[in-house]
Design a protein around this ligand. Sequence first.
Ligand code: ATP
Length: 356
Amino acid sequence: MTKKIVALGGDGIGPEVVNAAIQVLEAMGLYIEILKPLCGEAAIKKFGTPFPKEAMDLTNESDAILFGATEQASVFILAYLRWFLDTYANLRPIKYYEGVPTPIKEPEGINFLIVRENSEGMYPGREGDLSLLAENLPDYKDRLGKSFADYGTGKFAIRIFTNKGCERITKFACEKARERKAKGFPGKVACVTKSNVLKESCGLFQKTCEEVIKNYPELKYEHFYVDDMARRIVRFPKDMDVIVTSNMFGDILSDLAAELMGGLGMAPSACIGDKYAYFEPVHGSAPDIAGRGIANPTASILSSVMMLDYLGMKDRAEELENAVKEIYKEGKVLTPDMGGNSKTSEFTQAIIKKLK
Ligand code: ATP
C-alpha cells in the first residue's frame, strides 16, 4: 500500500535539504506519495500563519513526516510535531562513514544511538518571574534552606519529569538496544542523568531505567553523570551502544556527538511516538548559509533512511544508506562543510546516480 509522506521544509536551509531528500526518494520509485504543503516563512507571507490548516490536516493524516528546520517565527510547526503529536522518542544515531572528515583520530567503527526524551524535561520552556514562585510557594525551602523570596528579583525555569515519561523513554531505549544486540552490537544501555544534584527529577529517571531494564536480562546497564558522559563520548566513542537521557542533556550531547561523525551536516534523527513519527536533521535552519545552495543534505537524506526503515522498507533504506556510504568513500562530490566545493544539487544528483 502507498504510504503518505508529508514534507515540511520550514525555514533557512530546511527547504533546501528536504527538497534534496524528496528528489532522492522520488528517484527511488518507492510506494510513497510525498505531499508538500506550504509552511514556514513562505506560508506566513501568503496566509499569515506558518502552519496553515491544509498543512496541519495533511500532517495529521500522514504515515510519516519529513521535516527540515524552523526559525523563531514558525517554531510552532516544531512544537506541533513534537508536543501535539507526542513524538516522545528522539533517536539520534551517531555513525561514522568512511571518508568523512572528523576531528577524531580513528573514527572507523563509531556506531551508537542516543535516545533523547523529547516531550518533557526542560522543554518547552516553562519560565517566569521568580516573584511568581515567591508568592505561590511561600513555604518552599531549597536544600540551602532558602525561600524563593530570599533570592530577590530574577527568573525561573521548570523541569518536568513524569513517571509515564521516564518509563516510556527508557523502555524505548531498551527495545532499541535489544534490536541492536540482535545485529551484533553489545546490548548496553547507558542511562545519563545528573542525579547526584537533581535527586528528585534525574533520580526518578535513573530509578525508572533501573526498574525497566530488569525486563531485559540480556542487556547490560550502566549509569553515568552527564558531565562525565560528555567526556566519555569524546574519549571512548567506540564503547557506546545505546545512551538514554532526558531532553536537554540529549540535545547537547547529540550535537557534541554529531562532530564525531563529521558535523551537523551528517547527523540524522527520528522523533517517534505511538501514532506519529517525523524525521529531521539534527541541525537547525543555519541562516548563515541559507539560500546559497551549499547546504549539505546528507543529514536529511539519512533521516529519510530512518523513515524508510520505520515504514518497513528496510531493504530500500539500506540501499539509500549504501549510496551515501559510497559517495563519501569516493570523496569526489562533497559540500563545503566536508571540505569540497560541490553544491547541494550536485551532491543530490550524485546520490541519485549511485542509486541507478
Ligand atoms: P538550532 O538551534 O536551530 O537547532 P543548531 O544549533 O543545530 O540550530 P544550525 O544553525 O543548524 O545550529 O547550525 C550551526 C552551524 O552549522 C551553521 O551555522 C552552519 O554553518 C553549520 N551547518 C548546520 N547544518 C549544516 C548543513 N546541513 N550543511 C552545512 N553546514 C551546516
